[in-house]
Design a protein around this ligand. Structure first.
Ligand SMILES: Cc1cc2nc3c(=O)[nH]c(=O)nc-3n(C[C@H](O)[C@H](O)[C@H](O)COP(=O)(O)OP(=O)(O)OC[C@H]3O[C@@H](n4cnc5c(N)ncnc54)[C@H](O)[C@@H]3O)c2cc1C
Length: 417
């Protein structure tokens, strides 16, 4: 079988590796000069940085497995920390390295800056959502969900709302409660302690997956066509033609706004949320109290300590920060950090369409299309999750496996449900 994968983000990489490993003649078309898409390394002022600070979770099982498959060791490349939320306003929740669910129960009960009554009410609420397997009767906003549960105190302000913003990239007032519940199910609600861990990259994003994957793909016979933007797909009776080249099937693994141009039925008109990463360089000895720190000023949300005095402030979703120019934003975030000096270098990277807006009831296409030889992959097609690396990887694996299954058993041809 000969298959084209369009788009070399993490979804396209996953699809291409899965197909190549199964012996498929795979060609990966990528418009840019490197793999990685929205999670790639870039060069700025002679430094290799990420186009946006990314945070992974221990629950990202398929991402970690894919890294291992292409020869990137997650134990070396990622720094693993039990979840801690430390806030300068006095709130601190730290999970011990105990088996789940004891780690979450103890972390909650030992949290500082929250009263006992609220802790017990929250533990009771979490038991309830667990018993209902994290399924809501109907989707609503995270804010409505928390209101209905009486989650209106310190844990809402310091834990649920910041976690929602970080995971779904949209404030609780607009975010889908069902998708947030799915994230909680696979992290704080998981039976595996490791799933609640934070995984912070020790290296740039290119070295985590895209670069080792590119080497693995070439070594295993795949063809990588960089700088090649696919302008259209011609579906024929027995395959798909792309830029005059015939393939038996195609996986369209682009972001949703590009997928619609190639395959109109994928073209859901999403709204998008931005993310800004503000890099601030201090003296090499400057450190945060914990490598992932919650800011609590007017603009700051989360900040990651990248080592050697480099801090990466992350601003998720639409907000007041968008009104500031780069210099003012960097200065405002500097002022809100627990450091006494001024950064001597900064860089602001704004991604206007970082993720689709994960609101209640947002439509998510499946990866099968009306044509059995055309599959969709990409974070927006993994309906269980918001736009994440893990959702992208899982979608790529699923698209590849549907094609492999259909090639072995054409009768099971994957039409949309
Ligand atoms: C700033 C930022 C921070 C983020 N933080 C996190 C985080 O902390 N944790 C997390 O899990 N997720 C995070 N995400 C989300 C995560 O990066 C995305 O969900 C994921 O990278 C999406 O991968 P994808 O393969 O689905 O799409 P993309 O990465 O968009 O890949 C699509 C690829 O297709 C290519 N392409 C498009 N059109 C064509 C064409 N016609 N022909 C050929 N190629 C084409 C593009 O160049 C691109 O390389 C963040 C995203 C951003 C932007």
């Amino acid at each position: 079988m000969k298959v084209a994968v369009i788009g070399g983000g993490w979804a396209g990489i996953a699809a291409a590796v899965e197909l190549t490993a199964a012996g498929v003649d795979t060609t990966l078309y990528e418009a840019g000069r490197v793999l990685g898409g929205r999670a790639r390394a870039i060069n700025i002022d002679g430094r290799t940085l990420d186009n946006g600070q990314h945070i992974l979770l221990g629950a990202y099982r398929d991402t970690l497995a894919l890294m291992r498959q292409v020869g990137a060791d997650p134990e070396l490349l990622l720094e693993r920390h039990p979840l801690q939320v430390v806030d300068p306003a006095g709130f601190r929740l730290a999970l011990p390295k105990w088996p789940a669910p004891l780690n979450v129960a103890w972390g909650l009960l030992a949290a500082t800056g929250v009263g006992w009554r609220e802790k017990l009410a929250t533990a009771w609420w979490m038991q309830g959502i667990k018993a209902r397997r994290f399924r809501l009767d109907s989707d609503c906003t995270v804010a409505e969900w928390l209101d209905a549960a009486g989650q209106t105190g310190a844990l809402r302000r310091h834990l649920w709302e910041p976690l929602c913003l970080a995971a779904l990239n949209i404030p609780a007032e607009r975010a889908s409660a069902q998708v947030f519940a799915n994230v909680l199910r696979d992290s704080l609600g998981s039976a595996r302690r490791e799933d609640t861990d934070l995984l912070l990259p020790r290296v740039d994003l290119g070295r985590l997956l895209p670069e080792p994957a590119a080497r693995w793909l070439v070594a295993n016979g795949a063809t990588l066509r960089f700088g090649t933007r696919v302008e259209g797909i011609d579906v024929t009776a027995d395959g798909v033609a792309i830029a005059g080249e015939n393939h038996d099937a195609v996986v369209i693994a682009t972001a949703p706004q590009h997928a619609g141009k190639l395959w109109p039925e994928a073209g859901i008109a999403y709204d998008y949320e931005p993310i800004a990463t503000v890099y601030l360089q201090f003296r090499a000895k400057t450190r945060l109290p914990f490598p992932l720190f919650k800011q609590s000023g007017k603009y700051g949300q989360w900040v990651v300590d990248r080592g050697n005095g480099l801090l990466a402030c992350v601003l998720s979703g639409h907000g007041d920060w968008e009104t500031l120019d780069d210099n003012d934003l960097a200065a405002a975030l500097n002022d809100e950090l627990p450091v006494t000096e001024n950064a001597y270098w900064h860089k602001v990277i704004r991604e206007k369409r970082a993720t689709f807006s994960c609101r209640p009831g947002t439509p998510r296409p499946t990866c099968a299309t009306s044509h059995p030889r055309v599959m969709l992959a990409g974070d927006y097609t993994w309906a269980d999750y918001p736009a994440t690396l893990e959702g992208a990887i899982r979608s790529g694996l699923r698209a590849a496996n549907l094609l492999l299954r259909d090639s072995q058993n054409p009768a099971s041809s994957s039409r949309p449900a």
